[in-house]
Design a protein around this ligand. Structure first.
Ligand SMILES: CC(C)(COP(=O)(O)OP(=O)(O)OC[C@H]1O[C@@H](n2cnc3c(N)ncnc32)[C@H](O)[C@@H]1OP(=O)(O)O)[C@@H](O)C(=O)NCCC(=O)NCCS
Length: 182
């Protein structure tokens, strides 16, 4: 449990990116990007109503843990050339598994930024928190996200029929998995 109790959120560096631990001050630069409806096509969320909403959410997430205090909620803002380009999230559980999610803002599309950011957090989870298995749930229609996961070596494990119901339709999901350590 030590590695969880002692864990401190840190910035991560890659050749092209800096991943900054999410904090409420990020709301100002991220809010305009979050108005882009394209981010929400395959997820139940909608654009936030105002910047205060984002600031309050980021305040909750800054030091986030699950209600039972065991799971770590880790969030980073992906920066490239000092500009916010997306976010990545990991819910890290003490059993050695983590669930990841990510979004990339429109001006930064198709440059490999999301893949590089997700790869960075996977390496960090493995090294710092001894995560052994990373998982992602993805709408079966979300081809860009499926491409990203498969590029990083994730394997499709199962299909969850009628996993969710939002925006007037039921959605099916794939569960993807990547083993980080034996
Ligand atoms: C899922 C999502 C992050 C993918 O974004 P993306 O821009 O396609 O992903 P990347 O930043 O990794 O870029 C990959 C693309 O850049 C290209 N690319 C260019 N240079 C590259 C490089 N050096 N390395 C990797 N890919 C590179 C790839 O070929 C790929 O293009 P393709 O998808 O047309 O094949 C994005 O669609 C998104 O934010 N969607 C909304 C939120 C969402 O659905 N999140 C996932 C929920 S499960």
């Amino acid at each position: 449990m030590g590695r969880f109790d002692d864990y401190e959120r840190v910035a991560l560096q890659t050749p092209n990116l800096v991943l900054e631990p999410l904090n409420p001050a990020h709301a100002d630069e991220v809010f305009p990007h979050l108005q882009d409806a394209a981010l929400y096509t395959y997820v139940p969320q909608n654009p936030p109503p105002d910047i205060e909403h984002v600031r309050a959410r980021y305040t909750r997430l800054e030091h986030g843990r699950s209600a039972n205090g065991r799971d770590l909620w880790l969030n980073w803002v992906i920066k490239t050339n000092a500009e916010a380009a997306g976010t990545v999230q990991a819910t890290v559980m003490p059993d050695g598994t983590a669930l990841i999610a990510y979004e990339r803002f429109a001006p930064f599309a198709h440059k490999g930024i999301a893949s590089e950011g997700v790869a960075a957090i996977l390496a960090h989870l493995k090294d710092r928190l001894e995560t052994k298995v990373a998982r992602a749930l993805v709408d079966t229609r979300n081809e860009p996200s499926i491409r990203l996961l498969e590029r990083l070596g994730f394997e499709r494990k199962r299909t969850i029929k009628d996993a969710d119901n939002f925006k007037g339709a039921t959605s099916d999901e794939y569960e993807y998995e990547l083993r980080l350590a034996p």
